[in-house]
Design a protein around this ligand. Sequence first.
Ligand code: PEP
Ligand code: MN
Length: 342
Amino acid sequence: MIVVMQMGATEAQVQAVADAVRAKGYEPLVMPGEGRTAIGIPAALSTDERMTLESIIGRLEGVNKITQTSHSYKLASWEYHREPTVVKAGSQRIGPGSFTVMAGPCSVESYEQYLAAAQAVKRAGAKIIRGGAFKPRTSPYSFQGLKMEGLEIIKQVSTETGLASITEVMSADMVGAVAEHVDLLQIGARSMQNFPLLIEAGKSGKPVFLKRGPSATIEEFLLAAEYVLNEGCPDVILCERGIMPMDRTFTRNTLDLAAVPVLKSLSHLPVIVDPSHGVGVAKFVPAMAKAAMIAGADGLMIEVHPDPNEALSDGSQTLDPDQFSALMDDLRVLAPFAQRTL
Ligand code: PEP
Ligand code: MN
């Protein structure tokens, strides 16, 4: 933390700040500058400690501003991590260099539907099959997923196709059961701040795919990742999936593609973009998927269904196998420009 004094602050005002810092048990570093003095507090402060100190110093005469020199999310930041993290999921490596596409239906609906989806996305070049067995739906009357039966289907189809698998876990008590059936645990946007779930997922031994909450700031997103990392799980993937829009006329959410370079600058964790939930309209998905690759994403999550018109959830944002295959062709053309192999 650095306290910057006002222009012409008096010696007594500088001393008062230094004394307040000392009174809290930290050693201040007084740095006189041209006209302005700065006071550094070179200590690793918890959020509570930082806020207490800020509030004490902020009330003192002659203080101009207080800035942070280190992040509240330590494990997710570059502070203690020099190399980008490459997450291992089954036979897949997710991170810089490669470009990982996870694709499949919003929901697992039947063995036949899921197998057909998996075969189609595999043919087109996807490496991971996605599909929800437990569905977080806005309405309790909407299809809620096949639950345990869905997990069995996911495992079977993953084994039969050789694709790695990912599915959402919605509650802490289900982490063990879900982890037994898949290669990656997905934590949905609505669950991003379900702290008991984050903690349990972090203990599962599986990589965790964390979706950004619809109204989460970048810092809240990284702090959610911090919960998982703090349990000793090094394999966390960040997923930008769209934030609350100011206009729902044409898109479901606002896909925050600027979050990709921002997250990359703040964190060593891989970043995946989900343009399907990000825009919510199938015909806009390919453009945003390609933009995500160029923005620096490490991969994509895309909803694909053998027949989107028959999908039990999110059909309107779902690509059919031909559309998905055309998108993968375009991504292969773009990949060299993004220094990626697909
Ligand atoms: C999903 O991936 O199907 C899903 C429900 O996503 P989100 O949590 O981003 O809404
Ligand atoms: Mn969906």
